[in-house]
Design a protein around this ligand. Structure first.
Ligand SMILES: CC(C)(COP(=O)(O)OP(=O)(O)OC[C@H]1O[C@@H](n2cnc3c(N)ncnc32)[C@H](O)[C@@H]1OP(=O)(O)O)[C@@H](O)C(=O)NCCC(=O)NCCS
Length: 151
């Protein structure tokens, strides 16, 4: 469970500016644009985006896409000052609940040990690698999958 006072709620258009600020903080090399978030939020049938709020402050956010029998974790982030309190785990569990009985896939930088541990604790295992996936850094992506029948 997240800290007392932290609420998870569906991401709405008015959350986009603070989420973009978190993008700059957390993914400075490869941040998503405002247009990317607008496009994602417009895909209401296939996307599930959630924010973690402390009052009106957005501390974290996460997004999932569903394609048939599979779901993809598209993004997840928690502001540095609020990391290590279980908010990331809570966001991930919210996405997994939305995914239901589907195989869930995600890409994570090979050098992101914190995120890989979080995914590992929730049943994800490495299934592949995409060379030079993250640009402009050229960092490889580790592909991780969580099989529904195993959980
Ligand atoms: C990855 C990320 C989302 C995790 O968010 P988080 O809120 O820090 O995640 P959690 O708090 O649930 O777990 C992180 C660590 O804190 C620990 N933790 C969780 N709750 C805790 C608590 N109440 N007290 C102390 N530690 C706690 C967890 O055990 C975990 O430690 P470990 O990885 O050494 O085992 C966050 O680090 C982040 O935004 N990173 C930058 C962006 C990023 O890399 N996103 C993923 C892209 S694929």
């Amino acid at each position: 469970m997240p800290d007392g006072g932290i609420v998870l709620t569906r991401m709405r258009w008015w959350h986009v500016p603070p989420v973009l600020a978190l993008e700059q903080e957390l993914f400075a090399e490869e941040p998503w644009s405002a247009a990317a978030f607008w496009n994602e939020l417009a895909e209401t049938d296939s996307r599930h985006y959630v924010v973690a709020l402390d009052g009106e402050d957005v501390l974290g956010y996460a997004g999932l896409a569903v394609f048939g029998d599979e779901a993809h974790v598209l993004t997840i982030g928690v502001t540095g000052s609020a990391q290590g309190r279980g908010i990331g785990a809570d966001l991930l569990r919210d996405l997994l609940a939305a995914a239901g009985p589907r195989r869930v896939l995600l890409d994570v930088r090979v050098d992101n040990a914190v995120a890989q541990r979080l995914y590992g604790r929730h049943g994800f295992v490495p299934v592949g690698r995409r060379r030079g996936y993250y640009q402009p850094s050229g960092t490889d992506a580790l592909v991780m999958a969580r099989e529904p029948q195993a959980w």
